[in-house]
Design a protein around this ligand. Structure first.
Ligand code: HEM
Length: 161
C-alpha cells in the first residue's frame, strides 16, 4: 500500500508542498506590484546572467542596452512574465494542481529542447528573487511564500531537463 501511494505520487508528479491560501495570496499580491514591468524584469535577468541572454537567438551577442527597448524584447519579456502570471494565478487552489503540473512540465520540455540547463533555471530564479526583493514589499513571510512556490515550480522543471 505504501509503495502504491509513493508510486502514484511519482507518476502524477504531485506538487511536493502546495501553497496554502495565505501563501498564495502573498505571492499573488506581491507579483501584482511588478508584473507590469515585463521589460525591466527580463532586463534584470539578462544583466545578472549574460549566459541566459546568450541563449536567446535574437539577443545573443548584442548589447543589452541596445536590445532592451526593441519590440522583440518586449514581446519575449511579455511571454515569460505572462507565463509566470498564469502559474501564480492558479496557485493556492488544489483543483488547479494538475493544470500547473502540466503547464510547468511543458515549460521544462520546451527549454530542454532549447538546451537550457537546470543551473540556468537556478540563475533565473536568483535574478527574479533579487528583482522582487528590491521592487515589492518584501519581508520574511513574503520571502518564505515565494521560496515555497519557486521550490515547487523548479522541482517540476528540473525533473524534465
Ligand atoms: C521560470 C523561468 C522561465 C520561464 C517562465 C520562461 C518562459 C518562456 C516562455 C513563455 C517562452 C516563449 C515560448 C514560446 O513562445 O515558444 C520562452 C522562450 C525561451 N526561453 Fe524561457 N523561460 C524561463 C527560463 C529560461 C531560461 C533560464 C533560459 C535560458 C537560459 C530561457 C531561454 C529561452 C529561450 C532561448 C527561448 C526561445 C526564444 C526564441 O524563441 O527566440 N528561458 N521562455
Amino acid at each position: 500500500m505504501k509503495f502504491f501511494v509513493f508510486f502514484t505520487l511519482c507518476v502524477v508528479g504531485a506538487i511536493a508542498s502546495p501553497l496554502t491560501a495565505d501563501e498564495a495570496n502573498l505571492v499573488q499580491s506581491s507579483w501584482k506590484q511588478v508584473s507590469h514591468n515585463e521589460v525591466e524584469i527580463l532586463a534584470a535577468v539578462f544583466a545578472a546572467y549574460p549566459d541566459i541572454q546568450a541563449k536567446f537567438p535574437q539577443f545573443a551577442g548584442k548589447d543589452l542596452a541596445a536590445v532592451k527597448d526593441t519590440a522583440a524584447f518586449a514581446t519575449h519579456a511579455t511571454r515569460i512574465v505572462s507565463f509566470l502570471s498564469e502559474v501564480i494565478a492558479l496557485s493556492g487552489n488544489a483543483s488547479n494542481a494538475a493544470a500547473v503540473q502540466s503547464l510547468v512540465s511543458k515549460l521544462g520540455d520546451d527549454h530542454k529542447a532549447r538546451g537550457v540547463s537546470a543551473a540556468q533555471f537556478v540563475e533565473f530564479r536568483t535574478a527574479l528573487v533579487a528583482y522582487l526583493e528590491n521592487h515589492v514589499s518584501w519581508g520574511a513571510n513574503v520571502a518564505a511564500a515565494w521560496n515555497k512556490a519557486l521550490d515547487n515550480t523548479f522541482a517540476i522543471v528540473s525533473a524534465r531537463l
